[in-house]
Design a protein around this ligand. Structure first.
Ligand code: ADP
Ligand code: MN
Length: 177
């Protein structure tokens, strides 16, 4: 995929099962790089980019087209960290790096229980992690050489991931045209 030549700073997608640490990692990375943290969940709520509420899954039914339209200009500028538990509906050309956070099942179970998840919502997310759904989705949607799976079990993992990604952002350069 040809890279968007207008970007002077990279766009990063941080994805993974709910509870793997996307928001915590993205916020810390934004702090250390001055990139813009865009939480898709917050954006959807703030700008009503949804088609109502899914009672079964207990979440908004995201309108993917509205989200992509909303973000097009800012993604073209570059310098964004996009935080979402899905990755197959964004244009491939938006991202220079796709990070898939992964967490040990028992650790994730405790985190999601603490967050108040129970029943099907809890087991669906644990299964999502066991079957590496987001990693497969990322590999199918983006070139494999830009996709990285990073372990996110402990605070030390977050620190290491943020350091590694910050170094990557600092050394990133647009491809000469
Ligand atoms: P996500 O955005 O992927 O749903 P969050 O960043 O909101 O995940 O993290 C969910 C909870 O788990 C938070 O309480 C956060 O502090 C904790 N957490 C996330 N990642 C880690 C980690 N690597 N080590 C310890 N706690 C973590
Ligand atoms: Mn989050």
């Amino acid at each position: 995929m040809v890279q968007d030549s207008k970007r002077t700073r990279p766009n990063i997608l941080v994805t993974g099962t709910p509870g793997t640490g996307k928001t915590t990692t993205s916020a810390a990375l934004a702090e250390s790089t001055q990139l813009r943290h865009i939480s898709i969940g917050d954006l959807v709520r703030e700008k009503n980019l949804h088609d109502g509420w899914d009672d079964e899954l207990e979440c908004h039914i995201i309108n993917e087209d509205l989200v992509c339209d909303e973000l097009e200009d800012v993604m073209e500028q570059g310098g964004n960290i996009v935080d979402y538990h899905g990755c197959d509906f964004f244009p491939e050309r938006w991202f220079d790096r796709v990070v898939v956070l992964q967490t040990d099942n028992s650790v994730l179970y405790d985190r999601l229980s603490k967050r108040g998840y129970t029943g099907a919502k809890l087991t669906n997310n644990i299964e999502c992690e066991i079957f590496q759904v987001l990693l497969e989705e990322a590999k199918e949607s983006y070139p494999e050489n830009i996709v990285a799976a990073l372990k996110s079990d402990t605070i030390e993992d977050i620190t290491r991931n943020v350091t590694t990604l910050t170094d990557w952002v600092r050394s990133w350069q647009p491809t000469p045209q």
